[in-house]
Design a protein. Sequence first.
Length: 163
Amino acid sequence: MSNYSSKKSFGYTLLETLIVISISVLLFSIVYANYRDFSRRQILEEVAKQVVSDLRLAQEYALAGRKEASCITLTGYEFERTATTGYRINDVCTSGGGTEIKAITLPTDIQIGNFSPAPSRFTFRVLARGTDRNGDISFTLTQVSTGRTKTITISKNGNITIS
């Protein structure tokens, strides 16, 4: 009997090590791709929530009748799309006012679409009288890199929904 066969071998062979490394790299690639996709989805979700929050802010200001000192008679609060990359909130007064309350620029990958029906602005009227439109208003937020969209709808009564 040879001495060689009775020795115990400790450690891993090169082939075993390469297989483990290959499996690890494959799993990491899959996890990273899923995380990146999840992260992109979350950006669109967060922007949609921010827009709805700002819509509710304008609506709340109108309900409360909050006005700037230069505003004589408050008509409401206007939500206006300024470009595909932003929007702003202004107070609307019969004389004086027209003050910009908030201006937002969206992240570079997100675009805000035209309002349907046009124009790309509407006003939340004071005293819980809804909007200045006769019907529902909707617009989309689009994530350019993925093509995903979120639609925000404001009813003539002022109800806000995301879909």
